[in-house]
Design a protein around this ligand. Structure first.
Ligand code: GLN
Length: 454
């Protein structure tokens, strides 16, 4: 009841929820009370969560915040949310996001922008919460849920977490099932939690992760007790500092934050080493070929026949055209056009194939440093703190918006786990985050070191 009231009060200004499910929440909470009274119950009994609108929730609004999915209520539940409910969690509603998870500011949603609960000192201007999981980050930061599900294709868990002073982890590719999550770029997409602290993130990920016969890319490995990693000593841990992440024009306060993070880990017993990830500078351009290519293919299914919106035409082809023309927003159309272009017969070798080769080189960069004994890599999470809603520069130049992902996309390209943890405030009093990158399936190390930084 407290969370439902908090949502009613704060959501009109924040726009973090696109659907609230108070009746369902109360029913689930009652069932949870009954289980606890019987001495039964799972790890998340009664914990109220918000769910990103990308996750299919049975009988409940699921539209990836796109007009093209108008009215779609799936008859099935995503594996990740099913895992959470099986452990006793309670659903408060569906969270706003960039349309089909494409964006870094949560301004491409059909339901309008999400507002960050944080304000710069002495200013009342609305700031973005980051994207695409902006609703998840804003809701967790404003206490409108105890934790939230999110997804990350190029940074969409970690960048919004950094912008809102919350913790977000993108686990290793394959750790969580992608079944029932609307696909953006299938080889990069992963689900993970956004939470108030590292411990909550560890508890939520434990519940979300599973192998799933319905997603053949999910991996059959035991899910460790992540919470147990908190408080373990960092003695002997080798932390790599990649020199290529010192990008041109990086604000001094980001560099200063990075230095602080290095000092905290060193004080906790870790050994700090300089490393090189030479192909870093190609990651962003390669990502913006691979991700739109996969998106253009995945989004072909929204044609007015199977789901949601249908805009009639004189024949079936015109119906497809009308539905897609009015159903998709500008950013989604841009991605479909880029993706279709780079996959087309004449350009496939020049763009898509090249980008896939670059992706392999990026992956090898990481393998080389891990093979040399590095356990974990520390970088800034974002090149700046949260920026204003309707930022003129970003609106005029989509590439400026894409630069937000400069520190996060490499992790998706290599399939590695990455966590963003709040590490301090900038000169205007806005949260900044640091990112830790781990070896495949070594999320425990991220929680262990992240707990030292938060
Ligand atoms: N901002 C990136 C993009 O727009 C990443 C999005 C994501 O991780 N879902 O592609």
């Amino acid at each position: 009841d407290a969370y439902v009231e908090a949502i009613e009060r704060a959501n009109p200004a924040l726009n973090a929820y696109v659907a609230v499910t108070p009746d369902k929440a109360r029913d689930m909470a009652k069932a949870s009370d009954a289980r606890l009274a019987n001495g039964e119950g799972g790890a998340l009994e009664g914990i109220p969560l918000g769910i990103k609108d990308l996750f299919a929730t049975e009988g409940v609004h699921t539209q990836a915040c796109s007009h093209v999915l108008d009215g779609f209520k799936p008859r099935y539940e995503s594996t990740v949310t099913a895992n959470l409910w099986a452990d006793g969690a309670v659903m408060l509603g569906k969270l706003n996001m960039d349309e089909f998870a494409m964006g870094s500011s949560n301004e491409t949603s059909y339901y309008g922008p999400v507002v960050n609960p944080w304000r710069a000192a002495g200013s009342n201007a609305d700031l973005v919460p980051g994207g695409s999981s902006g609703g998840s980050a804003s809701a967790v930061s404003a206490f409108l849920c105890a934790g939230a599900t999110a997804t990350d294709t190029g940074g969409s868990i970690r960048q919004p977490a950094a912008f809102t002073g919350t913790v977000g982890i993108k686990p290793t590719y394959g750790r969580c099932s992608r079944w029932g999550i609307a696909a953006f770029a299938s080889s990069l997409d992963q689900a993970g939690p956004i939470a108030r602290d590292v411990r909550d993130a560890a508890i939520l990920l434990k519940s979300m992760a599973s192998v799933d016969p319905k997603d053949t890319t999910s991996v059959d490995r035991p899910v460790p007790d992540y919470e147990a990693a908190l408080g373990r000593s960092l003695k002997g841990m080798k932390v790599g500092i990649p020199r290529e992440y010192r990008v041109d024009g990086m604000p001094e306060e980001i560099e200063a934050l990075w230095q602080k993070g290095i000092a905290w880990l060193r004080d906790a017993g870790a050994e700090i080493v300089d490393i090189s990830l030479p192909h870093t500078k190609y990651a962003l351009p390669a990502y913006y070929i691979v991700a739109p290519a996969e998106a253009s293919s995945n989004l072909a299914r929204y044609d007015g026949v199977r789901y949601g919106l249908r805009v009639p035409g004189k024949d079936i082809v015109e119906m497809y055209e009308n539905t897609r023309a009015s159903g998709f927003g500008q950013e989604v159309k841009r991605r479909i056009m880029i993706g279709t272009y780079v996959l087309s017969a004449g350009y496939y070798d020049a763009y898509y194939l090249q980008a896939q080769k670059v992706r392999t080189l990026i992956k090898r960069d990481f393998e080389t440093v891990f093979d040399a004994g590095v356990d974990i890599i520390l970088t800034p999470a974002t090149p700046s703190a949260a920026f204003g809603v309707a930022d003129q520069e970003m609106a005029a130049d989509p590439v400026k918006m894409y630069l937000n992902d400069i520190f996060t996309v490499t992790v998706n390209m290599a399939g590695l786990p990455g966590i963003a943890v709040p590490a301090g405030l900038d000169g205007r009093g806005l949260p900044l985050g640091l990112q830790l990158i781990g070896k495949p399936f070594e999320e425990e190390t991220l929680f262990q070191a992240g707990h030292v930084i938060e």
